[in-house]
Ligand binder design. Sequence first.
Ligand code: CA
Length: 438
Amino acid sequence: MNRSLWLLTLGLLALVPELAAAQERKPNIVLIVGDDMGYADVGFHGCQDIPTPHLDALARSGVRCTSGYVSGPYCSPTRAGLLTGRYQQRFGHEFNPGAGAEIGMPVKETTLADRLKAAGYATGLVGKWHLGNAAKFQPQQRGFQEFFGFLGGSHSYLPEVKGAGILRGTEPANEKEYLTDALGREAVAFIDKHQKEPFFLYLAFNAVHTPMHATDKYLQRFGKIEDKNRRTYAAMMSAMDDAIGTVIAKLRAAGLEDNTLICFISDNGGPTMMGTTINGSSNAPLRGSKRQTLEGGIRVPFVVSWKGKLPAGKVYEQPVIQLDLHASALAAAGIAVSPEWKLDGVNLLPHLDGKNVQPPHAALYWRFGNMMAIRQGDWKLAQYDNTGRHLYQLAKDIGEKDDLLAQEPEKVKDLEAAWKKWDAELVKPLWGAGGKAE
Ligand code: CA
């Protein structure tokens, strides 16, 4: 063996342990949440007037769940369900905690960040929290080692005057960038800082929740949209899509794309109550709005991508729910689930890669004050206002237009009984719909 070949062989041998370590390294988890997005308003659902190239690319890189749900029809309950992997009504988190109130997600609940941190993950939240403002409820007490964002349910996107609410840890950040850009920047910085260890990044944009703030950079992309509200919404969506693009690009540049589970959901549907869209969103072809158990409130854009493990470009039609992302992240991280955790979500990975052809859930359930819903197979029984129960067959009627309640009394009886059984396991809300302790 000549000297150069010998040196090359030595060099390759030296690399072997590193290669082995890279293969054994636990996957990173990146959980991206949009806020109050319309079901119709992403390219991968056919949106024409707002390009979302980065979200579309993410959807193409993984599995798009067309019956993807959230367990709450508005912000805070969905986030409580996501982070605990449990129906949030099991621990009284049925409604939003009010601004400034000393209430929040009960501290006896364990979060995904708690579990991943215990397994050696670096954990960070970039963005919106909305699970309680008091010190004991803040992200750093709930498993997140790092936090950049805000504690409440909504926030201005514009440069801050003297630390108006964006925090880095517990200190005012005095943020000067457009907030969506800043969240993208901080997410990229978190990945850069932790690229040599497994990390969990919870990237919770407030886009496209009100207030309707956009900068000229994004607004000028949408000169053709005449409706001012829709134009601002499009600009805000485009900013979020760009920010997501920078995050994916960072993962790729760091060589981490194949070893990262990336999930994307909206926390609820677009706020289109009473036929008026508050932020310019559209839930078409779904009916209903944020704050309702109609599909428009609870069925959301839902993508799960893991380039090294899950098929690309797959469409998965069985009902899934954001509670499942918790269990899926634990499975990806190799964390065994204890029955004592009483998770409601299930590991979706074997379902999404086709190994398990059974539906992940026998049924999905909702309760929101006097609203309710249960989805079992293609059937959905729902109460979404004061007009009592309604029965829909979603496979034929995604827009919930054809009430089959009178024609299908046996189906109604079965669904009602199943929902009541679940409902009996829940507790009374810890606070009311007004966000105040009762
Ligand atoms: Ca929301």
